[in-house]
Design a protein around this ligand. Sequence first.
Ligand code: ATP
Length: 368
Amino acid sequence: MTAITALEHSVEIKAVSKTFGSFHAVNNVSLPIRTGEFVTLLGPSGCGKTTLLNMVAGFIDPSAGAIHIGGVDVTDVPVHLRDTGMVFQSYALFPHMNVFDNVAFGLRQRKFSKSEVTHKVMQTIEMMKLSGMEGRRISQLSGGQQQRVALARAIAIQPKVLLLDEPLSALDKSLRAQMQVELIEMHRNTGLTTIFVTHDQGEALSLSDRIVVMNRGQIQQVAEPIDLYRNPANGFVASFIGEINALPAAIYQASDREISLAIGNIRMTAPRRAEWQFGQGEMVQAFVRPEHIRIATSADAGCNVVTGEVLTHIYQGSHTITRLRVDGLGPIEMRLPGGDVVGRVPVGMPTQIAFDLSQVILLADKSS
Ligand code: ATP
């Protein structure tokens, strides 16, 4: 990996905190964001992501720390002088203006010439697939079209950083999926440094160069989507990103090649990973994704196989989520492609399932 110099950072959040009375909404967050990166702040409701975004925008003053944009300390610079473009959950468009004037707003404020305004507005309108709607009033647009106008207004000024606060949350599922693709294309076309706030992990995984997982005002992990999914840093991240079975486990033995552990009261073996420094007898949590459990076959020869009883099948078209009860482990979810399992293994039937423990995530059990 090449070293990152300060100049390559479009935004630097430096040890920023925000307290409301005695409550720490954001607690000592540091985050450098590279020029052109699409970074997502992801976390449950109330974790502080909007507060952090609003501090970058300048709507909220930090209680401590500093914000740099384009290498300049903007902590005390007012919102309109920060060179940011913002899209809100509610769009916050100007209802009395038409589409053209909404998109032109920031350019006119910045005193661009009339011909430059027209050129940049038309270019942005075309990119956001709004051509032909320039004269329409905001009230004559669908939710998805309003969302595109809000994005167009924010990107027309080519800000140093684009700030998006849950911009897709008001859209229905199919429109949301379509706008996700358009956001990816917009980012590729403009190359704008983008900070995106969402509580939707699927959205974060599909859009981001890097994801910042937050909880209770603090960063839990910063990583690329695939890395976050495969190597969560702690139990919170493991459980928050994607579906996962969290199982109590204890280490039996650890050799250079493999680690033998009791998951519940069932002995299993996983290939050893360098980062696992657990000793014999240590209590851990074993996190196993539903796609890493399958119906056992003769090829499994009893290795990492347990008997479970099917509780429910949830057929989802492309795959089926099957919940099983395993003695000593409680309910477990597995995910199998298609729907064959529904007929093959009826509810109530005992069945052998096999764990693919080459993919298991072992983390120290903080409760022990
Ligand atoms: P959501 O997804 O629900 O918008 P969030 O992660 O964006 O959540 P924030 O809006 O940043 O969360 O709020 C973080 C915490 O700070 C919450 O507990 C919230 O109640 C609190 N908070 C935010 N603004 C204020 C305020 N002006 N005064 C007091 N508490 C506030």
